[in-house]
Design a protein around this ligand. Structure first.
Ligand code: PLP
Length: 394
């Protein structure tokens, strides 16, 4: 089928909740993708930070293939080795306590919100249930995580939303303090706001928030759905901020392309969710955990993570060295970068880059967002940079 034929059927049969880019993708290899008409692209988007090992990575495809022949799904009424292994790896790598598996980022955040509220209920009784999040954040698309998201444009249509969220300005400790009351049980934040515009938090602010949470026994929830699993050059971004969160959520990169999310809690609160209080049919299936184990066996390695940092620095410096008057800076860490352009121009540049063969996405009001596979090669980066030069310097 050609793109035009597929697009016509898509418009007829698929709910039109996305303004999709005008290509249909067919297959991939490494950090390269081919569309249905045979055109090749360098992928700097990795399915929104999901395909951290790129396409057709032999360790990942064989782990999934071996597992689906053995056992695909059994539900959480039984124990399986792949699930236990994923949890053990995550806990060992971070010094945290225990893990609950979900199927997406929003679901992981739902689990974190429930955990924080029950932690407070168990200890202090009802009424201590508010969660402070940051303006410009993004935490998901369920009715609760939309309300947790600190962007008013997400608070339309779907009333009534879940109550109990208050918003503070990122980097403004006084504002955050003013939002904390006797009703507050947790603070939830991303360390680099992804959808909001690739906006890294100030470490001093984050450390002050962590200290405040400790002092008031508020749980600090770090949403690492986008920043986690090596994306910023450490297994989790919080490890670069000198903090010990109470809860870390993750999803996107964890399965390298299969749907898996997780809530990881510190030892002090990892036994709050008990039988009957939280559950999932699909979460933590042997299939997705086999994929996560393959991903973690590659990404959770100091040399691999050092290469993510090096490639990120290389990409950032080469973009700045283009000297384009259209580029006002590059934000981010590791291989989570935002090229800052004039407000509203990010989607114009994204469309141009895609039509020239470089897949990118956008973030916030002015960022062209780059989330390449962590395994991208320097040759692939150089090819993308040559195309960026023609797009940004003409
Ligand atoms: C993508 C994202 C989510 C939502 O994840 P889904 O898997 O789409 O539900 C939540 N938080 C952050 C920081 C994200 O980037």
């Amino acid at each position: 089928m050609t793109y035009q034929e597929l697009k016509a059927d898509e418009e007829q049969y698929v709910m039109q909740t996305y303004g999709r880019f005008p290509i249909a993708l067919d297959h991939g290899q490494g950090a390269q993708l081919w569309d249905v008409e045979g055109k090749r692209y360098i992928d700097l988007a990795s399915g929104i930070g999901v395909n951290c090992l790129g396409y057709n990575h032999p360790a990942l495809t064989s782990a999934i293939e071996n597992q689906i022949h053995k056992l695909m799904h059994v539900s959480n009424l039984f124990t399986t080795a792949p699930m236990v292994q994923t949890a053990k790896t995550l806990v060992t790598a971070t010094g945290m306590g225990k893990v609950f598996f979900a199927n997406s980022g929003a679901e992981a955040n739902e689990g974190a919100i429930k955990l924080a509220r029950k932690y407070s209920f168990d200890k202090y009784g009802a009424g201590r249930n508010h969660i402070v999040t940051l303006w410009n954040s993004f935490h998901g698309r369920t009715v609760t995580t939309l309300k947790a998201t600190g962007q008013t444009r997400f608070h339309d249509y779907f009333f009534p939303f879940t109550e109990g969220f208050d918003y503070a300005a990122a980097g403004d400790l006084d504002d955050l303090k003013s939002k904390i009351t006797d009703s507050t049980c947790a603070v939830m934040m991303e360390l680099i706001q992804g959808e909001g515009g690739v906006l890294p938090q100030d470490p001093a602010f984050v450390q002050a928030v962590a200290a405040l949470c400790r002092q008031k026994d508020l749980l600090l929830i770090i949403d690492e759905v986008q920043t986690g699993i090596g994306r910023t050059g450490s297994l989790f971004c919080f490890q670069q901020y000198g903090i010990t969160p109470d809860i870390v959520t993750m999803a996107k990169g964890l399965g390298g392309g299969v749907p898996i999310g997780a809530v990881m809690a510190a030892k002090s609160c990892c036994d709050v969710l008990t039988p009957g209080t939280h559950a999932t049919t699909f979460g933590g299936s042997p299939t997705v955990c086999a994929a996560a184990n393959a991903v973690l066996s590659i990404v959770n390695d100091p040399d691999f993570l050092a290469q993510v940092c090096e490639k990120g620095e290389y990409l950032k410096n080469k973009i700045l060295a283009l000297g384009s008057p259209a580029i006002h800076g590059v934000r981010g860490k590791g291989l989570m970068l935002g090229i800052i352009v004039d407000e509203g121009q990010h989607s114009v540049f994204a469309q141009k880059l895609i039509s020239q063969g470089v897949l990118v996405i956008t973030a916030g009001k002015n960022a062209v967002r780059l989330l390449p596979p962590l395994t991208i090669t320097y040759e692939e980066l150089d090819e993308a940079l040559a195309i960026m030069k023609t797009v940004f310097c003409n």
